[in-house]
Design a protein around this ligand. Structure first.
Ligand SMILES: [Zn+2]
Ligand SMILES: [Zn+2]
Length: 140
């Protein structure tokens, strides 16, 4: 379902869907783990031998442009992606394996408003990512 709506969005934006691009879309639509382009490539090429790394980069770029995936911060930089959350959500990301969980709700608005005030800023949005170890990685 998700994959189909993503494919439709890409087509409507003039993106031609080759089987290689489809494979990348399929991967990103279902991942619960933040993936960088190289990881997407590694995990997709077995099912799709014609896939090239450039295609992975371009497809990820396009998906990000359409707001279907979001870039997440990682220790090595901001080049890993996850499916975009529906509405305002926060992220928990495992430092070891990249597994991500979304969580909603916060009582942080007051805190953010105060930080803004102290620095003469008006705060219009925030983006929150928490890092740690997921249950699986804690057990290792
Ligand atoms: Zn983990
Ligand atoms: Zn929030």
């Amino acid at each position: 379902m998700t994959t189909n709506s993503w494919l439709t969005a890409l087509q409507e934006n003039g993106y031609r869907l080759t089987s290689a691009r489809r494979a990348v879309v399929e991967k990103m639509a279902h991942t619960r783990t933040a993936l960088n382009p190289l990881e997407v490539y590694d995990q997709t090429r077995a099912a799709c031998p014609g896939l090239g790394l450039v295609t992975v980069y371009r497809t990820l770029e396009k998906l990000e442009e359409l707001g279907l995936i979001q870039r997440v911060h990682q220790p090595g930089g901001c080049n890993a992606y996850l499916p975009s959350a529906h509405g305002h959500q926060h992220l928990l990301i495992c430092r070891a394996c990249g597994k991500a969980e979304y969580f909603e709700g916060d009582n942080l608005d007051e805190f953010f408003a105060r930080v803004g005030q102290q620095n003469g800023f008006t705060i219009s949005e925030h983006w929150l990512q928490l890092f740690g170890l997921c249950p699986t990685c804690q057990a290792k």
